[in-house]
Design a protein around this ligand. Structure first.
Ligand SMILES: [Zn+2]
Length: 254
């Protein structure tokens, strides 16, 4: 049952037949882990907090730098040198004090992530990191723990978004698409926003799309990025989609 306060706060999405009170109850009962509170995690977390996801866990080991502010919209100039996860939790609590928010000021390594996902049941993990090694770790751990994942990244003007429902035995995984060795040779670890550059609103578009897919997945609506690589080109404002078959030679799920 939704409270009067919830009916009021979420009225504009509850009035949508695709969401309704039943959908809002699912959102309010959901526990979501957001890894990376940068250019993607900022809009994704803001929209998920505002939509009333019942419990958000925020993971980031970095502190706020002035060069982050061009795209990481959770932070203000006076947050310089503060822990991102902590500041993000404060900002999201200000946006919506009705939900539970946990800040984890650390990087998500395999041991820690496995332990967190096995101790508490998460409905969904959002990979908003800027790090291929961590992305492969998230892929492996979420597959083992059977937690659905929505992954995204943006370089320059180009973004990509893909989701996997590891609750399903036959789900492909991120390594089917980009096997760890191949991808690392194509995109070396050092190549990220800090070395290549990125246009802020492209992160806003793709991070918002992650939040949108999360809401659809939790409510039970069709998810357009499920087993489909969605490519966003900011220069032409176009999205393209490539369907991903499971790869029987995949080192993780094959
Ligand atoms: Zn795979």
């Amino acid at each position: 049952m939704l409270s009067r306060k919830q009916l009021q706060r979420y009225s504009r999405q509850i009035m949508l037949p695709q969401i309704g009170e039943t959908g809002q109850e699912k959102l309010s009962a959901a526990r979501v882990l957001i890894i990376g509170l940068g250019g993607l995690g900022s809009p994704a977390a803001l929209y998920l907090a505002a939509a009333g996801i019942g419990e958000l866990h925020l993971v980031d080991g970095d502190t706020v730098e002035i060069s982050n502010l061009q795209r990481q919209v959770l932070y203000k100039t006076n947050h310089r040198d503060k822990d991102k996860a902590q500041v993000a939790a404060q900002q999201l609590t200000a946006a919506n004090p009705e939900i539970r928010i946990h800040a984890h000021c650390r990087m998500a390594d395999q041991a820690w992530l496995s332990s967190l996902l096995s101790q508490q049941s998460f409905d969904l993990v959002l990979d908003c990191t800027d790090n291929l090694n961590i992305r492969h770790t998230i892929n492996r751990v979420c597959r083992v723990q059977r937690v659905p994942v929505i992954m995204a990244s943006v370089r320059g003007f180009s973004g990509q978004l893909v989701s996997f429902d590891f609750g399903s035995e036959s789900s492909p995984c991120y390594a089917c698409l980009f096997p760890p060795a191949t991808e690392q040779s194509e995109l070396p670890e050092a190549e990220n926003c800090s070395t290549v550059g990125v246009v802020g609103p492209a992160l806003g578009m793709v991070g918002s799309a992650q939040a949108l897919e999360a809401i659809k997945m939790i409510v039970g609506l069709p998810v357009s990025s499920l087993n489909r690589l969605q490519l966003f080109e900011a220069a032409s404002l176009e999205w393209r989609a490539l369907t991903l078959p499971a790869n029987s030679a995949c080192p993780v799920c094959g």
